[in-house]
Unconditional design. Structure first.
Length: 255
């Protein structure tokens, strides 16, 4: 089991480095892409937890991590199980990490999640709102049933493989069973009105249709670029900076 997890992690990290290499080439050729020195005048402070998505490992979180650190935030990047484990189990682990970081910092944590990482972050924020100062999601499929066909095939294919007993993979029960019912419900449940929630999406996202990434309880912001570019592009970086700087709204008082 340990050997399988090590092999999977190594393969995903190599793939991540290759993808970032291709993104760097695209940036050099087009003049667009990541520019972590472009802060747009928006600065910040405090703890941020950055969550990777499905199959994402540490290298893919480096551009966004550097950007947020240059803005002034203290960033903890997390790639729990490379985003491939049971949603409820991953949310439990992330919630524990968020609680410890909030306690050490003496203040709530801002959550930033890409793709499935945003789903995890939304579930954590719903469970422990007192430990969350803001939520920003990028290309997160709050309606997994609306994934594009290639991504839908991959999503369900991985679940089938996980059901066969391959360690480190979510199973079919996570998608339709009782184990992750609360996790699935958290994706469309009401969001605390006093905690800023921004959902960033792209109509050019070939993995997650933009309508699946919009949320009725969020400020929905459109950017350009692909699913991965939401972690590397200048416009996405600026959108995240502005989202994290949104002021906290006072909790609604019942009449």
């Amino acid at each position: 089991m340990g050997a399988w997890n090590d092999l999977l992690e190594t393969g995903l990290q190599q793939a991540a480095r290759a993808v970032l290499g291709l993104e760097s080439c695209r940036t050099a050729l087009t003049g667009r892409g990541a520019r972590t020195d472009d802060h747009g005048g928006v600065r910040g402070r405090g703890p941020v937890v950055l969550l990777g998505g499905l199959g994402e490992t540490a290298p893919l979180l480096v551009p966004m991590t550097r950007h947020l650190e240059e803005l002034g935030y203290r960033v903890t990047p997390l790639t729990v199980g490379a985003g491939l484990d049971c949603g409820a189990r991953t949310a439990d682990e992330v919630a524990g990490r968020v609680a410890r970081i909030a306690d050490e910092a003496g203040e709530p944590v801002r959550l930033v999640g890409h793709s499935r990482g945003g789903m995890i972050a939304r579930a954590v924020g719903r469970r422990s709102p007192q430990q969350v100062a803001a939520l920003v999601t990028l290309g997160s499929p709050f309606d997994p049933g609306g994934l594009r066909l290639p991504m839908m095939g991959l999503f369900w294919g991985l679940a089938a493989v996980g059901t066969l007993g391959i360690p480190g993979l979510y199973g079919l029960g996570c998608l339709v069973g009782e184990c992750c019912l609360e996790f699935r419900d958290a994706q469309r449940a009401p969001w605390p009105p006093d905690i800023p929630f921004t959902s960033i999406y792209s109509r050019r996202d070939l993995a997650v249709p933009w309508r699946s990434s919009t949320d009725p309880f969020a400020l929905n912001i459109e950017v350009g670029g692909s699913h991965l570019a939401m972690m590397t592009s200048t416009t996405a970086h600026q959108a995240v900076a502005e989202a994290l700087a949104r002021p906290v709204q006072p909790a609604a008082v019942a009449a």
